[in-house]
Each structure stands twice: as structure tokens, then as C-alpha cells.
Design a protein. Sequence first.
Length: 646
Amino acid sequence: MCGIAGFLTPGHNVAEAVLESMLSAIAHRGPDDAGCWHDLSAGVSLGHRRLSILDLSPAGHQPMVSACGRFVIVFNGEIYNWKIIRSDLESEGLAPAWRGHSDTEVLLAGIAGWGLSETLYRSRGMFALAVWDREERTLRLARDRIGEKPLYFGTHGGEFFFGSELKALRASGRWPLTVDPNAVALQIRYGYVPSPFSIYRNVQKLPPGTMLRVSADGRPGEPEAWWSFKDRVEASKRSPFTGSFDEAMLLVDSALRSSVAEQMVSDVPLGALLSGGVDSSLIAALMQSAGSRPARTFCIGFSDASYNEAVHAKAVASHLGTSHTEMIVEPRDALEVIPRLPDLYDEPFGDSSQIPTALVCKLARQHVTVALSGDAGDELFGGYNRYFWAERLWKNLSKVPPGMRRAMGSSIASVSAARWNAVFKMAGAVLPSSVAVSNPGDKLHKFSEIAAAVSSQELYWMLVSQWRGDLPLTAIKREPGTLVSLPGLWPDFLNLTEQMMYVDTLTYLPDDILVKVDRASMASSLEMRVPFLDARVVDLAWSLPMSYKASGCRGKIILRELLKKYLPGELIERPKQGFALPIAEWLRGPLREWAEALLCPEALATDGVLDAGAVRAMWSKHLLGHNMQYGLWNVLMFQAWRQRWR
């Protein structure tokens, strides 16, 4: 895993020291080595920071020039099937005289032999890269299928810059970076800034599965798809799996085993993050069965039992026989991370599970350099609660007049979330665990807000929105349209549940989940790999009947049954918890002074972006006992980011 940066500035006098500054800003992504390559006549400079994983010798050094001398690459990521690609190149007579055994060298040889798009399509992995073609005098950027690895680019005054993180572009110092109110609106609504937006007006994220051509004069074209998730979903639906559930489970087992085995290849120590949930437990189980030695697993827990998943992870690790490391952290440990969040995430980011994710990555890096995670299992196999009750909920809600629904919602909201939690806790003593729900009070309050939805698509939009109604901005009250809010862009051949999974995979997964994992892991110089995002697993998941994934009140059905090959049922069948934190209580307690400083009228008035009155009203409501933490946290993350980077 690495960090990349560079620029194409024809006709401009850009000092080589600019690239060095850009690389220094992302040194955490690659502390083991650094390299620069310049063609001053063309105005192109490519830079690389290396976290050495494969081929630790100098033969893996970047920037790397192809054997034919035509292409120069900087590459961030891993190509897991590089040995297969290398063999294919050899069998087709396209292989150079190999200098080492890095995936970067193989990737370069593929680009020279087949071209960029064909090479990317043959590659299974995660990556963001830039390739300079010395013959055509063009620069091409590309990003992996789902967006595991980040890539930003921006233009100003005929200069083109790119980098793995915004820090690199800031460090160039070549142009003014101004906040984009549209991006702020999106971040406050959803908690993250979706592609292709960035928090700055003149900087974009390269969308997943696309490549970008930049001409010799520094002008970029439009991103072009080299891989299409929509096309893969359509293909899977045209040729659906028609076998039995047991046959499907064997295929899922085989696909995940193959993915995990490929992603366990490393020249440095490797482990897995283990929360005790279905997805991470399955990855850990497959690692344990594939290795000759006990797999290394890592988990953090909290002293507050209601937020502590470590006990579940420890039980899973004990049954599997992994070499397990856990750390129980106190609230102060989590609170100490909060001031660092603007540096870790580089643009406003409101998923509060960023805090425990950063802590567990830091723990894992003390023992290993590479870790596997269970991310993306929810989006592919129907793990989120909305996947197995939203469609049924809408069917029933739509029968009730909107006015009556609004009244019902108001009645539910009149009882505090804490009181509802207490009621459900008492009921839990007599109800079966299979119907238990985590944080029932917050979920009921969310239901009270979405009860007045006028369509199933609006129901989904309200479910994923973290700030309800008009946004607290001076110039914009609704965010710009994106795939989340424009159902006309959704595939009409999918039902509502599948549409939600589809949209989540193209939005929430790459721009929230994978951003969270990438920044948290890279801050500790830890490479994170995601076996569920193997292209074969993605295709297989979408070919399966929905009933194999989510049905009734159960999600990830096929993964749960597969996991029973490795773990007893009592370790599997429990409510989905996630990396929850008591943010609502902290904002009224130990974080109140910090939050008040960021939400005071003077701070909110900075730059005139936020509507101070609307934010203060929400803050007051929260302090009175209503849980408004999600929208407030997004505002706080914007304020903290702006305070750090303005």
C-alpha cells in the first residue's frame, strides 16, 4: 500500500521541490521508501511513497519505468492475481525480462502489451494509479472497481495535479482551495462527500471503475468507465443462479476461499480485524483454515458493556483458534482521537465509527503490516436492517393516510430514545433473541421521522439521510441531486430491496465505509484488504436469489449458514451491532465543551456557510434529551475540519 502524487504543468515553471512537499504530506501512507520521476520538457512529475508489502527489494521501487521505456507508473494498491497475469503475458509472448516479482512490474508489462483498460479488467485487486505515456505524451489516471483506494485531482490555470489524499494537493501550494457549498450540503445530509465531489470547488474524486485521460497541455477529459457495476448487475440478473441453497452456499464458500487465499499473499506479517460479527468472523475463519499457522486477529472493546463487542470477538477467536489480541479502551482513549479526525480524514467525514476504526487499526499495526476486513458483506449479501424491512414497511405504511402517519410519528417521538431503550430492555427478558434490536430507541425515532414518506424511494432517502428537512446552510437548503436522491437513475429491473443494495454499493460503500477504512488504516501505515470485493464474489452475490440473502427479519442468510461450518450457532445469531459509540451522551457530557466551542454563534458564522440559527436550534434540542447526534456530528466534523484547514 502506498501514496501517490504528481502533476502535469506544461509551460509552467514548477519546482521539483513541490512534488517532494506533496509526498511529505502523505508520508504516513508509505513510510518505507519514496521516489520521484520528472520530465521537465513535458512538465510532468510523478511521485510515490511506499509501504513495502511485495518484493521488498529495490526492484519494487516506484516510480517505475516499463521495460520498453514507454510508460512510467505510480501505483497505490495490490493486484492479487498478478502471478496469473504474469503467466498470461509469458504465454502470449508479451513478457519482458523480469527484474523482480512485484505486481507493479506485471501491471506495467500488461499496459505495454494489452493497453490500460484491458490490463485493469484482467486485474483483481484494489488500486489507484497514474501512467505517463512518453510516446503519446498523455497522462492517465485509474481507480479500482468499487473504490477501495482514493484518488483526487484538480486543475487550475492550465496545471493538473493529483494525489491519494487532499493533503498532497494542499501541499502543492499552487492554487487557492475554496470550500464547495454543494459538498458541504452533501456531507451534512449523508455524513460523507460522495464522488465525484470533494470539499473543494476545483478538486474532484475520480469515480470508482473509471480512468481519466489528461492531454499534453494539462487538460483532463471526462472520466470513462473501464468497468461498470451496473453492467455486472445486469449480466448477473440475465443469468441468475438457479441451483439450491446448499449449492449456492458451496459456491460462496469457494469464491470467498479463493479471494481470501489470494489476499493472504504478503512478504510482511498479516492478520485480520475481528469484531465478532458475521462478516469479519467468516473472513477470520477462512484465513484460519487456509493458513499453516494460527491467523492473527485484532479487536478493541470498550469498558462500557453496552458498546463492547470484544467479548463476542474473543469467543469467536477462541473457537477458531486464532492468535487473538484485544485491547479494552476507556472513553478517554476514544475522546483523544477526536481532535485528530480532521487530519486523519482530510475532508469532513461524519461516520462516528471512524473513532474505533482508527483505534483498532493502530492496535493491529503494532503486530502486522497487512490486515483483512469483513467490509462490504452487508451491501452484497443484505446485511443492513433496511434491506429486510423497508419494502415490507412501505407496503404497510402506504395503506395509512399521510396525516395519520405523521400523527403516529409525533407520538413515538414524544417519548425519548432512552425511555424506549428501557422499555425494550424489559421486553427483551421475555422475547427471543432472534427478534432483538440494537439501539431500538434511535430506530423508533428514525421511524417517527420517515413515517410521512410519499414513496418507497423517498423512504430510502430518508433512511440514509442524517439531517432531516432543510439543511442548515445559508445559500443551499437541499443538497444537489445524486444517485441517492434521484431514483430515476436506479435500475428499473430491480425490486426496492435490490435497488437499495445497488445504490449503497455505488455510494455509501465507497464514499463512507471504504474511506473510513482507508484513512484509518493508512494513518497507522497499515494496509487493509477487503476479500468481499473480489470481482468474482460481487458477480456471484448479485446472481443469487434475494431470498438467499435477506428474508423476513434476517439478513446475510447464506453467510450465516456458511459460517455455521466454522462456529456454533449461538456465536452467530445475535443482533447486528456495528462499531457504535455513545456519541449522544458524550455530546451532553465530556464532549459538550468541545462541541459548544464549535457550535457557538461566532464559530458558526465563519465564512457564512452555515445557518447558525438552525444549527443552534438542533443543538438545544439535543441538550434537552432528543438524540440529534447524527446530523450534529456531521456539522461538528465540518466545523472541526474547517478550523484545522481554513
